[in-house]
Design a protein around this ligand. Sequence first.
Ligand code: TYD
Length: 213
Amino acid sequence: MLISFEGGDGVGKSTQLGLLADRLVALGHEVVRTREPGGTPLGVELRNAVLHGEHVSPRTEALLYATDRAHHVDTVIRPALERGAVVLTDRYLDSSVAYQGNGRDLGADEVERLSLWATDGLLPELTVLLDLDPRVGLGRLTGAPDRLESAGLDFHVRTRQAFLDRAAADPARWLVVDAARDADAVHAEVAARVDGLLTQRAAAHHTPSPVSP
Ligand code: TYD
């Protein structure tokens, strides 16, 4: 099972990912924690280039994220899914659609197609959107801002809306959580949805297959 965490900068994705990982490990699952950009050695170089390197155009930026994602899927995510692990990723394709497609104005559909090509169509079973006013999220960040974090409030307001619109269009894949609440309350909501998915999946595995005539 692949689960992605999405949302603006400073919404608490890594905290929530950690809480869910601990819970799933305690339930006996193999859990792979990963992130984009930078879930592989090549990805770490791409992350550095895209977040801290020389100025790049929006198209170059989109391609760098797509390259990171293609390699991440091929070398980390698919092999883990094939072993039966639960993969938790801090950002995935929807970040590209929101940040490059809407934030940078490249067009959501085009960026989505690029990412689906990069991943050969792999989508998460569940995407958790930690929704928070960007004024609050950006205010929580410490340290020097990276290229995306410095993109300005308008940019971050647009990406937040893009995430919300995508989630509303596909509620079967998305869970939208109000990330202004404390971490335990957010986690309880995420855990309930994941428990539901795991139960459904276990039931599907135990359904006897129809006897062939
Ligand atoms: P993230 O790892 O969440 O930042 P941090 O380490 O500061 O918590 O993501 C790095 C930045 O990259 C973030 O501002 C969002 C941006 N990003 C995109 O613009 N497109 C993408 O496809 C991805 C995965 C991230």
